[in-house]
Design a protein around this ligand. Structure first.
Ligand SMILES: Cc1cc2nc3c(=O)[nH]c(=O)nc-3n(C[C@H](O)[C@H](O)[C@H](O)COP(=O)(O)OP(=O)(O)OC[C@H]3O[C@@H](n4cnc5c(N)ncnc54)[C@H](O)[C@@H]3O)c2cc1C
Length: 422
């Protein structure tokens, strides 16, 4: 069945490419990677660069999942603020997390190293939905500057017009370490780089599970058994299909995006060309594409069934922020599943020689590339840096396979209601 959610602006504007459909018999390699999103591709590339033989299997095509459909916002850090991380995990771990997740921009490094053409732009603005949100943002910006020497600009309400043409927000923080990009083109660029480094990529090949054998590990795919010393499970929202136990740590929340037709007044809407995300619990996030469309994400649905008309579903959120383009023509509407953990921190770890990283909770565009590279580092036996991100506490959602989603939904609805009550 064709997936109505994948007909995105990104799919429409990615270069023509050959499908990498390899149909092979049983084989073996050092590392088998399951999933062709940012996490799997980054891991495959980094492992191949270390001289390991790599086969990556992707059930559909490269970037089919969240990596090829997201808002393209590159937001330094994790879903927790640095001060929250320090309060919970102490100064030493906070230092290490800060170095990796704020300072170490592996996406920029990959784009530069491989010359990936993906419309990379500089600048991210977090916009405050309430005066209290602005107060908390200012405090955090001060803390980042004092504690880590990390510079961002606190933008008063009166100065927001330099960034965004709406009176809706109460101030914001502009971070020039953040930015935005064309996520599918980035994923395709990573895939090309991985192949150049020697990795084999098989599209249209689903993995059905990981088996321990007398000689190591084996994954069964549509066409072959692949024996490997190491397996990397990078299937994110689908992880429970490959390893049911890991599926208990995330729930998939559907999130939707639209792209308007190119706008003659695009530069007036976002004069600094930054990506913007606001501080609502069900947030609005938006930016301009290279061809001057507004790409706008807003509204979540806890049902897995997409709205019949995605443009009609997202338009009111866009109209609230930018009434001046309330009736703009919308050319594309799409969506995807965001894998969310209970505490909104990614769930990263290893079980024997099976590595996994999932549940980036809507904050994965930057950290997934890092996670993939850290997995490769850990395989090369430099495990300390992997352990900084690995084993962040994570609890499975209660309720087993069938009750997990309704229970999580109840919790999320409560937070969404708090948003509306101000
Ligand atoms: C609509 C939307 C907007 C978002 N916006 C942002 C944003 O602006 N900024 C941000 O930081 N984050 C954002 N995110 C989150 C971010 O996109 C994800 O955290 C990130 O892309 C996850 O990458 P991944 O490689 O781990 O997973 P994915 O990209 O989902 O890749 C998993 C891959 O595994 C494949 N697969 C699944 N099962 C199997 C199997 N059995 N065998 C073989 N292959 C399999 C899938 O087809 C898929 O290609 C957004 C997510 C969505 C859905």
């Amino acid at each position: 069945m064709t997936d109505p959610l994948k007909h995105s602006y990104y799919a429409a504007t990615a270069p023509e490419r050959q499908s990498r459909k390899e149909i092979r018999g049983d084989t073996r390699c050092d590392v088998a990677v399951i999933g062709g999103g940012f996490t799997g591709l980054s891991a495959a590339l980094a492992c191949a660069e270390r001289g390991l033989s790599v086969i990556l299997v992707e059930a559909d095509h490269i970037g089919f999942g969240a990596s090829g459909r997201n808002g393209g916002q590159l937001i330094p850090g994790l879903r927790w603020t640095a001060s929250e991380l320090e309060a919970e995990f102490g100064a030493e771990r906070a230092d290490a997390l800060f170095d990796l997740c704020w300072r170490d921009n592996r996406v920029k490094a990959r784009i530069a190293k491989h010359g990936i053409d993906c419309d990379l732009k500089t600048g991210h603005l977090e916009a405050a939905w309430t005066p209290a949100d602005f107060g908390a943002m200012r405090q955090e910006a001060d803390y980042l500057a004092r504690r880590f020497g990390y510079q961002s600009d606190v933008v008063e309400k009166a100065d927001l017009a330099h960034h965004i043409a709406t009176p809706l927000y109460h101030g914001g923080v502009y971070d020039r370490q953040g930015g935005h990009f064309h996520p599918l083109n980035y994923a395709l660029g990573l895939a090309e780089a991985a192949e150049s480094a020697g990795a084999d990529i098989w599209e249209g090949q689903r993995a059905y599970g990981i088996r321990q054998t007398a000689h190591g590990l084996s994954i069964l795919t549509d066409w072959a058994d692949i024996d490997a010393r190491f397996v990397i499970d990078a299937t994110d929202s689908w992880i429970g299909d490959v390893e049911p136990d890991l599926g208990r740590y995330t729930v998939p929340i559907m999130n939707y995006n639209i792209a308007t037709a190119p706008l003659p007044n695009a530069d007036e809407l976002l004069p600094g060309d930054a990506a913007v995300a606001d501080s609502r619990f069900v947030l609005n996030y938006f930016r301009l594409s290279a061809d001057k469309r507004l790409i706008f994400g807003g509204g979540e649905r806890y049902s897995q069934t997409p709205p019949r008309d995605i443009a009609a579903f997202v338009r009111p959120f866009m109209a609230e922020v930018f009434p001046q383009i309330a009736d703009a023509k919308i050319d594309y509407g799409w969506g995807g599943a965001v894998a969310v953990t209970m505490n909104r921190l990614p769930h990263i770890g290893r079980r024997g020689n099976v590595f996994f990283a999932h549940g980036f909770s809507g904050h994965g565009a930057l950290v997934t590339t890092l996670a993939g590279e850290l997995i490769a580092e850990a395989m090369a036996a430099t495990a300390e840096r992997f352990d900084v991100l690995a084993d962040l506490p994570s609890k499975p959602f209660p309720g087993g396979k069938w009750l997990r989603r309704p229970l999580a939904t109840l919790g999320l609805l409560w937070y969404a209601l708090r948003d509306r009550l101000g």
